[in-house]
Design a protein around this ligand. Structure first.
Ligand code: 5AD
Ligand code: SF4
Length: 469
């Protein structure tokens, strides 16, 4: 972290201390602790941000509530598709009625959706009961924003167009004691023509490798055995640093951390996935056998219009190269249907990729027009055609994944146990290196441990197994 980042982090820690007193005073008046709830929408980045926000709230003395009937409610929003925005407005309608019953309640909004001018305007005009609005670049300021709101009776708005320094080392909570996400970079420079992320998350910025390693070492001392390295495009990690470093090189360094058992990462852009990365993965026994490799669509013509910078053939060649090096790898992807100008022929290319790439799972989306992106100005494909294609895609995805079900049956593999099964308390649930879920008879004390399990029976998306003594 640079000097400005350190100064800002210290300033925020001081604010947390003073704000904590004020919150304790309020709690005394009420005769109970103040409660908080965070509802998170969207991707892993947002979930990671929510852990940081929860860390600040807990440091301030707020206690987590199980639902949105809390004293402080924060919606951490996503805007990647229009649906995500609609969900937030739905929640706001409900929160308004809660606030009527609890006048002490504070409602805050943050995240990607807040970076859009049209959204901000709409909330200022139609959702006057919201107390605090901030964006994606200044989440570390939460305590300061709460303090400002406590001393004024106006909506507090603090949205930055761009990120300043990276501020680290503020409190954070972790959902799991044994696994954690670690930001390695923020923002995105790719400007895929359908995507709003570069506009709301800003330009690509990588964290210094030393800061990343120190954070992971600290987590490992705390009991973490698996980390997920997070970035919109991890394969371009390090390009913006003064001392250049590649993602493959970072992985080599993370691998050396003693006590760390598993390394995952997300998301990989196919255009930047290097031979060196494949080599590091192949030689590693900590890096998990899973790559999320969004293809978006199978038509080279549309891929060019999307500014993805690879062709169908290049993508499939990459898939083959990865599978040759690691035959047991699990590949997953994101696919979009209905990008402007998509013809039946383009769509057939997408189907062809799904048939050839042998994905373990596909996240499928209907293209959603995002104001301000280049694709929004193009002629849109009629809704009925898109819906019909989407259904056909779902059918092919299901057919292809059925073919892969059961391929590991009878094998023995290491499982990281994540919790007691929700359906059956005599079973535990864990994940294979390739990210597939396994349920097997076990006990709570197995949580966070790596256990050898025989994969007895495949059940669609998961396996039923038994412990190998
Ligand atoms: N419409 C639909 N899906 C989108 N994605 C990104 N932007 C859009 C959009 N405008 C999808 C991409 C990306 C995933 C995170 O969300 O498939 O990989
Ligand atoms: Fe969006 Fe493309 Fe960046 Fe992914 S790589 S966040 S799809 S612009």
């Amino acid at each position: 972290m640079n000097e400005n980042g350190q100064i800002e982090a210290r300033r925020q820690l001081d604010i947390i201390e003073t704000c904590k007193q004020e919150i304790a005073d309020r709690a005394r008046e009420l005769g109970r602790p103040l409660t908080y709830h965070i509802s998170t929408f969207g991707c892993q980045m947002n979930f990671k941000d929510s852990e940081k926000l929860a860390g600040i709230l807990e440091q301030l003395g707020y206690v987590e509530a199980c639902d949105e009937k809390a004293d402080f409610v924060l919606l951490n929003t996503c805007t990647v598709r229009e649906n995500a925005n609609l969900k937030v407005y739905g929640h706001l309608g409900i929160l308004k009625s809660y606030k009527k019953k609890n006048p002490n309640m504070m409602i805050a909004l943050c995240g990607c959706m807040m970076q859009e001018d049209v959204v901000l305007k709409k909330i200022q005009e139609s959702y006057r009961f919201v107390d605090i609005i901030f964006g994606t670049h200044n989440i570390y300021k939460l305590a300061e924003l709460i303090q400002t709101r406590m001393h004024s009776n106006r909506m507090v708005i603090d949205i930055w167009k761009d990120a300043k320094e990276i501020v680290e080392d503020l409190p954070s909570v972790r959902k799991y004691s044994f696994k954690a996400g670690v930001n390695i970079m923020f923002g995105c420079n790719n400007f895929c023509t359908y995507c709003i992320v570069p506009y709301v998350r800003g330009r690509e910025r990588s964290r210094e490798p030393e800061d990343i390693i120190a954070e992971i070492e600290c987590m490992v001392r705390d009991g973490v055995v698996e980390v997920m390295l997070l970035g919109q495009n991890v394969n371009s990690y390090g390009k913006t640093l003064e001392q250049k470093i590649t993602f493959a090189e970072l992985l080599r360094r993370v691998e050396q951390i003693e006590g760390l058992k598993r390394i995952r990462f997300m998301t990989s852009h196919p255009k930047d996935l290097s031979d060196d990365l494949i080599a590091v993965m192949k030689d590693s026994n900590k890096i998990c056998r899973h790559i999320h490799l969004p293809v978006q669509c199978g038509s080279s013509r549309l891929l060019e219009k999307m500014n993805r910078r690879y062709t169908k053939e290049q993508y499939l060649a990459l898939v083959r190269k990865i599978r040759e090096a690691m035959p047991d790898i699990s590949l997953t992807t994101d696919i979009m249907v209905g990008f402007p100008g998509e013809t039946e022929e383009d769509f057939q290319d997408t189907i062809d990729v799904v048939r050839q790439a042998e994905y373990d799972s596909c996240y499928t989306f209907i293209y959603s027009k995002r104001t301000g992106t280049p694709a929004a100005k193009e002629e849109q494909v009629p809704e009925e055609i898109v819906k019909e294609r989407f259904q056909r895609l779902l059918d092919v995805v299901a057919e292809e994944s059925a073919k892969r079900t059961g391929r590991l049956e009878g094998r023995t593999a290491e499982v990281l146990v994540e919790g007691v099964s929700e359906q059956d308390s005599s079973m535990v649930t864990g994940r294979l290196s390739n990210n597939l879920l396994v349920h097997f008879p076990g006990t709570e004390d197995m949580i966070g441990k790596l256990i050898m399990v025989r994969l007895d029976e495949a059940k669609g998306f998961y396996y039923i197994g038994s412990v190998v003594e």
